[in-house]
Ligand binder design. Structure first.
Ligand code: C2O
Length: 535
């Protein structure tokens, strides 16, 4: 592969959306940030220069970072943040991956505006396993707050309460023509009739799973999270934060304007957020005054549409791209995924919302876990996750008594190199059942099973798909249900696992795996680069 260099200059930029302006933390002055392009096998050298007064770190979401964990990006997990006026060059090679991923800030809530696409093309001469598109279009879905996002989360954390929801969702940075700010056109996808377009759809929103659809057109799903899937047609696509979906759009009409919508899938009974982002698909030669053909977004609680979509996802599992799901399991784990409340002396109501995995609310360390691991610095973490056995739950999603038994800890789960791990991610209803898009750093996993209610090892294991389960890096655990994932721990280092709803991460819904070095060549974590930021 070749070496590709990018420069990310992190600067404040005054930005106007929804008829009001505010200073925004940006990369190179852009919202969303720049897209980066590569081919499988290329080495990326991305120099991040921090010219704002926040600490910074950038995560290359879904890039495996084989032996290069120092370039993964989550602050205090694999690096100390890049301090104001400092820089760090992320240096990594893209190995056996191609497709669409995203990069984003992995500190505070700066991901709100610090994000963009990673487009990885196959190696030269290697075709897509689907018809070559006429053109490719990146569609970044996001959120917009009129107020300062860091102030929103600071206030929520100090009050111990849920934060305000965003004021709009966005498509390529714009709420779109149907927003309540007149005269905001939004993103326009210009198309020729009779062609195929590859849409690279990314959910970069902080806190919402999103439906995506286009009036009058079907979408053919061909890839998720930079892994090929068995193609299928869908009217509506569901993308959780951190997930990506590549879909082919065939322009089978001749003329006209068609609405594109991105709207939240919120299955929680107490939180409703219905701001729909819009954009326009227009055929070449259509007058701008032509009335746009509309389409209704699915209702926010359209669980059947969501389930139907996720049930359609299967690994391509072809000769060229075989499905490598581990058939035998070395570590079989059950993680309960929960929101709850803890006592809080400094909070207004005496309690605060927390989130946990197996009753452990993860406490962020003050130096990076990877540093502590590599340099054997004691006292930063323990490798006894979860510690005490999890409190017994009724996981059925019924309303539960508040969880007052969460403990805090910086606990890692240690595994030997190349061992295989199965995790049943069991959603619970401690406050209310809610979807949790769980993201693993450093490895893709296979989604071998899912269901509603309590996971039953005797019954459910028999139905696992060990032939063509979808491979991804982020999976939405359904509210009041469970998902079983498997992965091979063949990447030495410290790897974060967390809910990709940013508020749940802030509340502590996170943990990390420690994968030991192997004995062979290329089976050890490399030493840190010289410019790795110091805490
Ligand atoms: Cu996309 Cu740990 O995040």
């Amino acid at each position: 592969g070749m070496v590709r260099r990018y420069k990310f200059n992190v600067v404040m930029r005054n930005t106007t959306r929804l008829c009001s302006s505010k200073p925004v933390v940006t990369v190179n002055g852009l919202f969303p940030g720049p897209n980066i392009y590569a081919r499988e096998g290329d080495t990326m050298l991305i120099k991040v220069v921090n010219n704002v007064n926040y600490n910074m770190s950038i995560h290359w979401h879904g890039i495996r970072q084989l032996t290069t964990g120092w370039a993964d990006g989550p602050a205090y997990i694999t690096q100390c943040p890049i301090q104001p006026r400092q820089s760090y060059t992320y240096n990594f090679t893209i190995i056996e991956q191609r497709g669409t991923l995203l990069w984003h800030a992995h500190i505070l809530w700066l991901r709100a505006t610090i994000h963009g696409a990673i487009v990885i093309l196959p190696k030269v001469g290697v075709p897509f396993p689907f018809p070559q598109p006429h053109e490719e279009v990146v569609m970044v879905l996001g959120e917009w707050w009129k107020s300062d996002v860091e102030a929103v989360i600071d206030e929520a954390m100090s009050m111990g309460m849920a934060p305000n929801v965003s004021d709009a969702h966005t498509i390529n940075g714009h709420p779109g023509p149907l927003s309540n700010c007149q005269g905001q056109g939004g993103f326009e996808l210009a198309a020729l009739p009779g062609k195929t377009y590859l849409l690279r759809i990314i959910n970069a929103a902080l806190n919402e799973e999103l439906f995506f659809k286009i009036a009058g057109h079907k979408l053919r799903v061909v890839e998720v999270d930079a892994t090929y899937v068995k193609p299928f047609d869908a009217d509506t696509i569901l993308v959780a934060p951190g997930q990506t979906t590549n879909a082919l759009l065939t322009t089978n009409l001749d003329i006209g304007r068609y609405l594109i919508v991105a709207s939240p899938f919120v299955d929680s009974p107490i939180r409703i957020d219905n701001t729909t982002a819009t954009a326009t698909l227009h055929y070449a030669g259509t007058a701008a005054s032509t009335t746009t053909v509309l389409t209704d977004p699915p209702p926010h609680n359209a669980t059947a549409i969501a389930t139907n979509f996720t049930n359609s996802l299967h690994s391509l599992n072809s000769a060229a791209y075989p499905c490598k799901v581990p058939l035998k399991v070395d570590h079989s784990l059950l993680f309960t995924i929960s929101l709850g409340v803890n006592q809080c002396t400094s909070c207004a109501k005496g309690i605060r919302v927390v989130a946990d995995i197996n009753n452990v609310t993860f406490k962020m360390p003050h130096i990076s876990l990877l540093n502590a691991h590599f340099f054997k610095i004691a006292g930063v973490f323990t490798d006894d996750f979860p510690g005490n056995p999890p409190m017994p739950y009724d996981y059925t999603g019924k309303r539960q008594p508040a969880n007052l038994k969460t403990t805090e800890g910086t606990r890692l789960y240690r595994v030997a190199y190349n061992s295989t791990v199965q995790i049943v991610l069991q959603g619970t209803g401690m406050i209310f059942p809610e979807n949790h898009p769980i993201h693993l750093h450093g490895s893709n996993f296979f989604v071998v099973g899912k269901g509603m209610g309590n996971y039953d090892p005797n019954k459910d294991q028999k139905n696992f798909n060990l032939v063509d389960p979808v491979e991804r890096n982020t999976i939405a655990v359904p509210g009041g249900g469970w998902v079983a994932i498997r992965f091979r721990a063949d990447n030495p280092g410290v790897w974060f696992l967390h809910c990709h709803l940013e508020i749940h991460t802030s509340w502590g819904l996170k943990m990390a795996f420690l994968v030991e070095n192997g004995k062979g060549p290329n089976e050890s974590l490399l030493p840190p680069p010289k410019d790795l930021p110091k805490c």
